[in-house]
Design a protein around this ligand. Structure first.
Ligand code: SF4
Length: 374
């Protein structure tokens, strides 16, 4: 049987675990700090715990489950990590440094059940949901790699849930991971420093709107009408633009001061980047009075074997100008880590043959567990 992964327990759950082990409750605090504040990856390094307890812990529990298989460093400082779970499934995480802050883009699922046509991860299908512990551990591994075990991060860390997978199809584990990561005695990454991106799981947007302590929300749109969105993001056949925008409107009502709400629009050269499509997009937002939404334009990054190609730089600017001329605020996301296949839509680009092979076997087995739009 798999050992219990303690990095995926909340402080309350850890206190129960320690109590059931017959140890004094303050040991729970020591372990939580060891795992999340000191970012230790084994109980043996927690020398403030008695040796006998560490040995006991090693028999039933574990401090780490993910293994880094490969790591690529881009000329722009971006780092891409290919990790494997205990059951040998791929997890990808990207570290993106900027002048004022660091951002870590984490995965919520291994593979993804949605079939966005412009995304390489989609080719893997869903392997499985990641546990809360596996989500948290990605951040711990990256911070240790960049700064050293337990060292403070100079600018603080922002997180984006935009790696592999659809976060809202792994909602409970995601919310639990966010709670663990926000603890002051631990990583102390509060929801205000986190952005979660969904492809449009409408019921979860309504649920998210009711959350007290929540991260910022981004919705991936990428088309101004149902016909094109059905093709680019088949989730649209389950919840179309009208349903998605009704949920977005409801979410807008729940926005509090300082919260960000964005629509992401992946610009695909010659597919969704025309002047007319820009006007259509602006009209759509205006029709639903989504005046608090900002558009994040993401020029597509080539990722073979996908046939899409990036839009021309001039057209990106034009698209942005048209939106702004109609009162819609837009900004362009600069691609990072292209040379190491770490940019949006490129995850799983390298080592893809292995992963795809692994997927087809695993998917057959897990067919009954599949969630999504197929
Ligand atoms: S873009 Fe996101 S939601 Fe769509 S297939 Fe890729 S990982 Fe899944």
């Amino acid at each position: 049987m798999d050992k219990l992964h303690l990095s995926g327990l909340t402080q309350t759950e850890l206190a129960d675990f320690v109590k059931n082990s017959g140890e004094p409750t303050f040991r729970a605090k020591q372990i939580f700090k060891g795992l999340h504040e000191r970012r230790l990856r084994s109980f043996d390094e927690m020398t403030d715990l008695p040796k006998a307890f560490r040995e006991k812990l090693n028999q039933t529990a574990t401090a780490s489950t993910l293994k880094v298989e490969s790591r690529y460093i881009s000329t722009d400082g971006t780092r891409r990590f290919l990790m494997k779970t205990r059951d040998n499934l791929p997890v990808e995480t990207v570290y993106i440094p900027t002048e004022n802050r660091d951002t870590i883009c984490f995965s919520s699922q291994s593979g993804c059940p949605l079939k966005c046509d412009f995304c390489l991860t989609a080719k893997l299908g869903l392997l499985r949901n990641l546990t809360a512990g596996e989500i948290v551990e990605q951040i711990i591994i990256v911070l240790n790699d960049v700064y050293g075990v337990g060292a403070e991060t100079p600018h603080g860390t922002n997180l984006v849930g935009m790696g592999a997978g659809e976060p809202f199809l792994n909602y409970e584990n995601l919310i639990k991971a966010l709670e663990i990561m926000s603890a002051e005695d631990g990583l102390f990454i509060v929801p205000n420093r986190v952005t979660i991106s969904t492809a449009g799981i409408v019921p979860k947007i309504y649920e998210f709107a009711k959350l007290e302590n929540r991260p910022h929300l981004a919705i991936s749109l990428s088309a101004p009408d149902d016909e094109l969105r059905d093709k680019l993001m088949p989730i649209n056949r389950r919840w179309n633009i009208e349903e998605l925008f009704a949920a977005a409107k409801e979410f807008q009502k729940s926005l509090r001061r300082g919260e960000r709400f964005t629509f992401e629009y992946v610009l695909l050269g010659g597919v969704n980047d025309s002047d007319e499509q820009a006007r259509k997009l602006a009209n759509l937002l205006n029709r639903y009075n989504l005046e608090k939404v900002k558009i994040n334009l993401i020029p597509h990054n080539s990722a073979e074997p996908l046939e899409y190609h990036p839009p021309g730089a001039k057209q990106v600017e034009r698209f942005k100008e048209i939106l702004e001329s109609k009162g819609v605020f837009a900004y362009v996301r600069r691609p990072r880590g292209r040379d190491i296949y770490a940019a949006c839509g490129q995850l799983a680009a390298k080592d893809a043959p292995n992963l795809v092979q692994l997927t087809s076997e695993k998917v057959k087995k897990d067919k009954s567990e599949k969630v999504g739009t197929e």
